[in-house]
Structures are given as C-alpha cells and as structure tokens.
Ligand binder design. Sequence first.
Ligand SMILES: [Zn+2]
Ligand SMILES: [Zn+2]
Length: 461
Amino acid sequence: MQRRTKKAHYLGLLLHPSAIHSMIGRIMRREDLPYTSKLINLYIERGLLKTQPAISTIQGLLKTHFRCERCLNTQSEKFIHFHCAKCEQVCTYCRHCITMGRIASCTQLLTWAGPSPQHPKKHQFSWTSTLTELQQHASLELAASIQQKRQHLLHAVCGAGKTEILFQPIYNALQKGFRICVATPRTDVVLELAPRLQKVFPTTMIHVLYGGAPEQQSYAQLVIATTHQLYRFAKAFDVMIVDEADAFPYTFDESLQKAVYKAKKPDAPITFVTATPSSKLLKQRDGYSFLPRRYHNHPLPVPRFQSLWRYKRQFKKDKLPKQLRQWVEQRIEAKQPFLIFFPTIEMLEQALPLFSPNILGVHAEDPTRKEKILKLRNAEIQGLLTTTILERGITIANLQVAVVGAENPIFTASALIQIAGRVGRDEQYPTGDIIFFHHGISLEMDLAKQEIQRLNEVANE
Ligand SMILES: [Zn+2]
Ligand SMILES: [Zn+2]
C-alpha cells in the first residue's frame, strides 16, 4: 500500500522510486538512462527532468566561446568540431570529459527536477576505537563547522589519523538525513578509504566511484569518489569533504575545483583535508583544525640526504648505483618492506630489471597496481618501485622509503613530505628510514626537511 502511495507521489509515472533515486543529483545523457525515449519525454513534459544543451556557446567579440556543462571546461583547444552524423551538422564536442562518453552541441543533458526523497536517518555506527585528545578536539571542531555550514580546513600531519577524525562528523550528518561526498583526486586514496568507511557504517548505502569502477545502481547517501567523477553530479550533496585537497591533479586543473562546487548544493559546507595545505587553502580557510602530532605520539621521521651522482647515466648503462644497491640489500637483510620512488615511469622501467624478481614496479597506467600493493602488504614481495602515485594513501607497517632523483622538479616539498609520511605510521614500528638519493640538493628537498623538523618541534610544545 505504501509503495502505491509513493508511486502516486511521483505523479503516477511508471518508474519505481529507486529508479528515480538513482537520477537525483546526477547529470545524465539520454543514452545513459535505461528508459525509452517516450518515457523520458513524458518525464520532461511533466517537469520532472530538466534538459539543457551539453555545450553552451557564448558569442564573443571576435570568436565563439564554448563551455561544457558537464565538466565546465572552457579551454577552446579542448573543443573539437566535426561533422555529426546524429544532427547532420557541424557539431562541437568536449574532449576534456570524453572518457565519460562523448557529449556534443546536439547532446541533451538531463537532471532530475522532481521532488527529492527523504533519506534514511538511522545508520549503524560501528566504530569502537577511541580518538586521541587532539583527534577528538579536531573532530568536534569539524562537526561544529559542518553544522554551521562553514568551510573547514583539517590540517593533520601524515599519520595523525585524519580519517578517524571524519567518522563522527559523517555520522552526525547521516543521522540528519544528509547526503555526503568524500572526494579525493587520487584513485588509490578512494580505494583505501572505501573499505574503512563501509566497515564503520555497515548498513549505509555507499557508492565508490573512480575511473573503471563497477556500475553501481540505486541511491547512495554516502559517496566516495575521485574528483573527476564529480563531473557527473550537480547540486547533489549536503556535505562535501575533499581529502588530499592539495594533490595532483586537483590543484592544477581548475575544472576539477569547479566540479566540487557544482556537485554540492549551493549552501553545502566544504571540508578540505590535507597534511600539506597550499598557501591558497590556508588563506581561504574559515574553520581550522591543526594536528601537528601523529596519533601514536612519535615524531615524524626526518629524511636524510644521500648523493647518488650521475644515477641517470648508470641506469642507462644497466648499472644499479652502489649506494642504492646497498640500501636495498640492507632492507632485504632486515626483511623490511620498502618503496623506492622514481621521478618518471621511463626511469622506473629502466631500473626495474636491475632489481631481483621479488621487487615489482607500479605506476599510474598499471592496471594491476592494486594487486601489487596487496602483495607488498602481505609480504609476498619485498619491495615496490613506484612513481608519485603512491605518495599518499598507502599505509604498510614497518615500511622503509627511498626517493631516487629527489632533486627532480616533480618532487615538490609537499610531495616529499607526503612520501616521508609513509614511514613509521604503525604504532609497533613508529620509526624507519626515509632517504632522498640525489644529484644535487634542491630547494624543495630543504623545504621538506625543514617543515618536518618544524612540525616535530610544534608537536613537542
Ligand atoms: Zn550533433
Ligand atoms: Zn566536458
């Protein structure tokens, strides 16, 4: 009976409420919807679906400007003109968000404009550990900011336990029936966060969205997504949390930043979370929590510098530089898992054959990187060579870390701080080696070391 009333509420149309829920807050193409054109037209006629052209044109003085209404891209070089078979005219498509399916001038984007559902307010909160005093304080501050719809910056050193700080504020929001998004630029961080959040909120419907993720139907009150996936949403979320808010590519791609604002409701508060906030993030903060200390109270490991002269030439000659070889031998001897960061995929691939077979390599285009990280965690392999993709979000007990070519511009001070932050995270192994192999010390290396030492001093005050 109740179901009938619910259907009547949606104007007696043919779709089940759960099908409608999956459209709420989404930006969709007609072809993304599994319904007939007739049904979609009926929804449009009744004002339940709003349509807009996918590509807007703005007539400038000298030329026409374009804007993609899905990814908000306005860079003219990313719009491609072609003869379109569908509308039989010269049409323009957006190359910037092509991986989500092509949208062109003649594409209609649809958004739900009908009534919004009541979200469940009953959620199970299965978290039994306790927070440190610092974490507890930050958690309360953050909850207060969200309550007051204030922007908040959670600035917590690597290993401070920032995810645990989010649990209570997320739970508060779920209990109010809010829809929450935890977004991050990094797929690896999404994959690390998702099982942890599902464990803490076992009865809450959670969607985990990243490029290549399995299709997830229905409606999720908690969404964990890469910032790229937010292109698919509009005015969807009551609470937006951006984790690793200073990470590549978010800071460099303005359309990703716009996507965060587009995906949330206009008055929804944003929380930025990071260990290495940019000066821009520090400036625009409203609420602010600062955790200079790791949850286990041990100081951050301070990197040591070791010259590795002409390492590029040595790799090219199929030679493993002596100091690096010795460092790896020591790790193997002590049975310590390790990561070695390389500035480029090319150099990583040059170096990989010089290591023993139980050391593997991972990079952004590697489809098996999830499995390889798991192998390191399970001690099935001893070490991994990696690019900066593993600078964040990875926690392995007793991990030892080296950076090869630390002077390379790709290793900014914040990247180096994040990399150093992989060491000593576990309470049982709170120390470990972090070594920067270099061909000349860069300013960024110095800055990273100074900042780590400063944070250790602040934590002791
Ligand atoms: Zn067309
Ligand atoms: Zn686009």
